[in-house]
Design a protein around this ligand. Structure first.
Ligand code: GRF
Length: 203
């Protein structure tokens, strides 16, 4: 499968996806990496793996629709089977989502539907939650709201701070993201009539 990864920052999820594709744990290859920020370290990670990179900065566009139109065209140039949002910090327009719905997934650092949006670790700690985690979901028009494919849970300890929880969650992100990408890439996980299915069983 041809995989395109969209990033905005460090790219630790991108790195684990590249590694899993290279070692055969994902039946596919990362054929392109697109960032909305030219300073994203993930671009270095892609370049080190000889993966083509593109930067599309939103400052060059008058509005979100124009940006997403250009982004969609750029994504299409790679002819992807799977589009992966890995720390891509932009809200996508309904038009963009509809164009790729069913083959676009995102990872979010919370146990959805809890804590959509930002600062999820801090919010979980402040709420006194005893557990937290991450979710991989199909991207739909609802922000951080698409059908969940897989989640991982981590405990929150008394002496945790935002940093220690984020680190524990990130470890799980790096475990479930490559797995779900493999499921989508091989057709095991599908989005059918708004419902995520694994091997034909609704999740
Ligand atoms: C991760 O915490 C992910 O859940 C969130 O943004 C972060 C991306 O980290 N969407 P990285 O760029 O993959 O290291």
């Amino acid at each position: 499968a041809r995989i395109v990864v969209l990033i905005s920052g460090n790219g630790s999820n991108l790195q684990t996806i590249i590694d899993h594709a290279e070692n055969g744990q994902i039946d596919g290859q990362v054929v392109g990496v697109i960032s909305n920020r030219s300073d994203a370290y993930g671009l270095e990670r892609a370049a080190s793996a000889s993966i083509p990179t593109k930067v599309l900065e939103h400052s060059l566009f008058a509005n979100r629709e124009d940006y997403d139109q250009s982004l969609a065209g750029l994504v299409d140039t790679f002819e992807p089977d799977v589009i992966v949002l890995a720390g891509f910090m932009r809200i996508l327009t309904p038009q963009f989502v509809r164009r790729f719905e069913g083959k676009m997934i995102n990872i979010h650092p919370s146990l959805l539907p809890k804590y959509t949006g930002l600062n999820t670790h801090r919010r979980a700690i402040e709420a006194g939650d005893k557990e937290h985690g991450c979710s991989v979901h199909f991207v739909t028009e609802e922000l951080d709201g698409g059908p969940v494919i897989l989640q991982a849970k981590v405990p929150i300890f008394e002496d945790d701070d935002e940093q220690s929880v984020q680190q524990r969650v990130l470890e799980q992100e790096h475990r479930i993201f490559p797995l779900t990408i493999q499921w989508v890439a091989t057709g095991r996980a599908k989005l059918i009539n708004g419902v995520a299915q694994l091997d034909g069983n609704p999740l």
